[in-house]
Design a protein around this ligand. Structure first.
Ligand SMILES: [Zn+2]
Ligand SMILES: [Zn+2]
Length: 327
């Protein structure tokens, strides 16, 4: 089998050959059909997330076909198409796991970070963290649902019933969340890099009420804002756009420093919170909901060997839609 390996932070990925992985008792062996490229992968390559296994196979939006099953696996059969997300292991016993917050598990491990992921032709994954995928999506189209979709959906839930929703950073997660929000009858206000008219048009095409630069204020106050861009300076910018009692949800795993800002921006019960990882419950809920809501994903398929180029294009903001590697 082939995989694109990361040897150390800052290195280019290299194509390497490996023996076929054997599933342990709880694992599936999957032929990888598609694997999405996520901004988190860039944070790992850049060393901003500091606890990867090394060398590492990146990739936590894996669509795979079951080829072999460990002896303790239930609920899957050879030939099934499954999805593998970021959450790859929890202990099931810590206070968070026992309180339906397995996304915060003290001993969690993550796919494509502490467990080898899907930038590969084959992989193994713990079946207890794999999900059947809705038939409405092709292999490539299903991939972005598994992180951008799931974590975007969790972020959206954290906004409660916000009717006027701001989204800062209009990339892959935003393009999915905007469709869900529209389906739920919310109005979407999209904020992009100043002058990025292509992203603004993309947002308007997905039903956004308004699109503009992140340096602009929306035409009316927002009930909530989700930040997908990893830019700390957007936190005070978003607070300025909120009504009293509104919430800013930071949806990314990494963000640069939040600059000092006057308390006045937070006053009147405005809230700033982050969203970390996902629970399996989020995955079941979202994967059932997405096809019902008619969520479509825009993807840019690329060969596995072009993983470095895919990461470069994501970094440059050159992609409209999600890069998806096809082995
Ligand atoms: Zn736990
Ligand atoms: Zn991700």
């Amino acid at each position: 089998m082939q995989a694109m390996m990361l040897d150390r932070a800052g290195a280019r990925l290299r194509l390497a050959e490996f023996p076929m992985p054997e599933p342990s008792p709880h694992q599936l062996r999957l032929r990888v059909l598609a694997c999405g490229v996520c901004r988190t992968d860039l944070h790992i390559v850049d060393g901003e997330l500091t606890d990867p296994k090394l060398p590492l196979v990146l990739g936590h939006e894996i669509v795979g076909r079951v080829e072999a099953l460990g002896e303790s696996v239930g609920g899957f059969a050879v030939g099934d198409r499954v999805g593998v997300p970021w959450l790859g292991h929890t202990d099931g016993t810590c206070p968070y796991c026992r309180n339906a917050q397995e996304n915060l598990c003290d001993n969690a491990r993550f796919t494509g970070y502490q467990i080898d992921g899907g930038y590969a032709s084959y992989t193994v994954a713990d079946a207890r963290y794999c999900f059947p995928l809705p038939d409405a999506y092709s292999d490539a189209e299903a991939a972005p649902l598994l992180c951008a979709g799931l974590i975007g959906y969790r972020s959206l839930k954290m906004t409660g019933d916000a009717a006027r929703l701001g989204i800062y950073g209009f990339g892959v997660a935003a393009h999915i969340v905007a469709q869900v929000a529209r389906y739920q009858g919310r109005r979407v206000f999209a904020f992009t890099r100043p002058g990025d008219t292509r992203a603004q048009e993309f947002a308007l095409g997905l039903g956004a009420t308004w699109a503009g630069g992140s340096d602009e204020l929306p035409p009316e106050k927002l009930d909530a804002a989700i930040l997908f861009a990893p830019v700390g300076a957007l936190v005070p910018a978003a607070l300025k756009a909120l009504r009293k009692g509104g919430v800013v949800v930071c949806g990314g795993i990494h963000m640069d420093d939040i600059p000092r800002f006057p308390y006045e921006l937070l006053w009147e019960e405005r809230v700033i919170r982050s969203v970390a990882n996902l629970t399996r419950e989020d995955a079941y809920e979202f994967l059932a909901f997405a096809p019902k809501a008619g969520v479509k994903t825009t993807v840019v398929p690329m060969p596995l060997s072009a993983a470095n180029e895919a990461l470069d294009r994501l970094r440059q903001g050159e992609l409209t839609g999600a890069a998806v590697l096809i082995p």
